[in-house]
Design a protein around this ligand. Structure first.
Ligand code: ATP
Ligand code: MG
Length: 591
């Protein structure tokens, strides 16, 4: 799992910048609407002041005529401010969705491009939470922030200019509290920014826990550990809310501080204003206008600033936590000028292939050299953990070796166009995972344009057609998440049907018949022989009845190739294979 990185401005821009492409016209329109709304909003207190002055000076005759146009203007200004601000808000939400969605698509594409090995080092819950938070952050940045700051900045600028025009002394007096408000906000921001990260961390670990619980529900129930898991989850939830509370309290203190500062500001304004009135240099109406304008003038420096800094802190944290996953280089990518594969013969050769998983003390595979001529079959056998599954992962580049090369038809697989290579090599993994979709769609996934007949033919070969038809919904049966509604052997046969349908020139079967009963397996062997005739096949199996007819059998032990030959050769050598064969065919081991 990539750690949180310090988020540089350059990285931040690289992450979000492209999602803003082509939106400047719309943002210009948003600014226009906001500007219009701000103008109308400022006009409103100014007109109120005029109405009051008119009331005072025209008491008696002519009052009605004097205030009617002013009141009409006041209503129009008020209405216009609502219309423009809603228009601006609507368009900025629309843009926010656009930018946010593009960002998420890009982030998900990046994850699709990860090296397969990275998924075994990543927790689904954590990455899910990070994506979710960054998506929200992108949306807030591209819509909410603009919606919140820009109108207030505009309004306060216009108010400021209007204030200077009405009475510059009162304008300055209105702003005396600003340095205090800014200092307060920056102080709280500095205090909370680290906590924001801790809060996010708590969220990630909760998200991870929840997913793990669901994925491990069988052992949890089987060992009756629900209470323990529930307690752990409650702890994780408390941690999230505790951290949230810490943050909320800090920001609430800031709001309290800002509120107090505002009271102070108004008192100062009132006293100074009253003094100017007694001096005869200020009208009562103007004082009331300034009191009305005070909160607009101060907003960018107190409540809004606080709100924006809080959001910036959230956005910064969300992007920082995702940035490690975002920028980490992938190793398994197309070379500079990848070779396109034409017709594949299917010769596979390993030459001195060694490998070590990250964090392991010793090599998992030691200098393996092996050649599988085109159209022949190789069986890999050996104890659990000896490296069989690892070895075949180099063929379709789920892993790249630490040293040595793997070639397909003489091309180093690293030089081949990755999609061509993966299309040429079909794999049935040791544990079959299916999509939560129908059987038909799961099989067709390998070849989306396959006809129903082709699917059925592939299923017949894989001994799957019969059981599928016996299900209530037949090929339309939903298999459940990861395929849980099917038995292990049924899942395996679906996986086989899928790869038979794709019919790749190179086929790798990793323990792909291990869950079948002997009778079904026997039937499948016949089909498998057919399938193997047409292509290069590598079979990994513990049950030797599956592998003895292979053209070559390779025995791996602790990452080393210890025996290689035909069934007959290896029985004659009398090594590990011979021992295993005797054990499995019901013989006994002589001392
Ligand atoms: N993704 C991984 N990350 C780290 N180590 C791994 C990973 N996958 C396998 N290993 C380790 O590499 C070694 C070889 O594993 P591999 O899966 O290749 O064995 P195998 O021969 O296929 O065993 P089995 O017969 O049980 O399937 C094991 O010790 C295993 O713990
Ligand atoms: Mg294996």
């Amino acid at each position: 799992m990539a750690k949180e990185e310090r988020l540089s401005w350059k990285n931040f821009r690289a992450m979000i910048g492209p999602s803003f492409r082509g939106t400047s016209f719309y943002y210009a329109a948003v600014l226009f609407f906001i500007l219009m709304a701000a103008l109308a909003q400022v006009a409103e207190p100014v007109i109120t002041g005029r109405i009051i002055d008119a009331l005072i000076s025209n008491a008696g005759n002519g009052l009605f005529e004097a205030i009617v146009p002013l009141v009409g203007l006041w209503a129009a200004a008020y209405f216009a401010s609502i219309v423009f601000s809603e228009l601006g808000r609507w368009l900025s939400w629309k843009m926010g969705n656009r930018v946010g969605n593009r960002f998420l698509v890009e982030a998900l594409d990046r994850i699709l491009g990860w090296d397969p090995q990275r998924f075994s080092e990543t927790s689904t819950g954590v990455i899910g939470k990070r994506l979710d938070a960054a998506w929200h952050a992108a949306h807030n940045l591209s819509s909410r922030i603009i919606n919140e700051i820009v109108p207030i900045l505009f309004t306060s600028t216009v108010v400021f200019i209007t204030g200077l025009w009405l009475d510059w002394r009162m304008t300055l007096v209105s702003l005396v509290s600003v340095p205090l408000a800014i200092t307060l906000t920056l102080f709280v921001y500095a205090k909370t920014d680290k906590r924001q990260s801790k809060h996010m961390e708590a969220w990630e670990s909760l998200s991870k826990r929840i997913l793990e619980t669901i994925n491990n529900i069988v052992p949890i129930k089987a060992f009756a550990q629900e209470r323990v898991v529930s307690r752990q989850q409650a702890k994780a939830i408390d941690k999230v809310t505790d951290r949230q509370l810490e943050l909320n309290v800090a920001w609430a203190w800031l709001d309290f501080g800002n509120g107090s500062v505002r009271i102070l500001a108004r008192l100062v304004l009132l006293f100074v204003g009253a003094y100017f009135i007694t001096q005869g240099t200020l009208s009562v109406g103007t004082l009331i206008t300034f009191i009305g304008m005070l909160s607009y003038l101060l907003a960018p420096f107190d409540y809004t600033l606080a709100d924006v800094m809080r959001r910036i802190s959230e956005i910064r944290t969300a992007f920082a936590r995702l940035s490690g996953d975002w920028f980490k280089e992938n190793q398994i990518v197309n070379s500079e000028s990848p070779v396109r594969l034409g017709k594949v013969q299917g010769e596979i050769a390993f030459d001195g292939v060694s490998f070590r998983y990250p964090g392991k003390e010793i090599d998992t595979l030691h200098a393996i050299t092996l050649r599988v001529p085109a159209g022949t079959s190789l069986a890999l056998v050996g104890p659990s953990g000896s490296g069989k599954s690892t070895l075949v992962r180099f063929i379709n580049r789920f892993l790249d070796p630490k040293s040595g090369t793997v070639t397909l038809d003489g091309h180093d697989v690293r030089s081949l166009y990755l999609a061509d290579l993966r299309e040429a090599v079909g794999v049935v993994q040791q544990d079959t995972v299916l999509f939560n979709d129908t059987i038909l769609n799961n099989i067709r996934f390998a070849k989306p344009n396959a006809t129903q007949q082709q699917v059925v033919a592939a299923c017949k070969r894989a001994q799957a057609d019969e059981f599928i038809r016996s299900l209530a919904d037949g090929y339309k049966t939903m298999v459940g998440e990861r395929g849980v509604r099917l038995s292990g052997g049924e899942r395996q046969r679906i996986a086989l049907a899928r790869v038979f349908l794709a019919s790749p020139p190179v086929l790798i079967l990793d323990e792909s018949t291990s869950a079948l009963d002997s009778e079904t397996e026997h039937k499948l062997q016949i089909a498998l022989k057919e399938v193997m005739k047409e292509r290069t096949t590598i079979i990994i199996a513990h049950r030797l009845s599956t592998v003895y007819m292979a053209d070559q059998i390779a025995v791996l032990d602790r990452g080393k190739l210890i025996e290689l030959g035909t069934h007959a050769d290896l029985l004659e050598t009398g090594g590990m294979y011979d021992r295993l064969w005797k054990l499995q065919s019901g013989g006994y081991l002589p001392e």
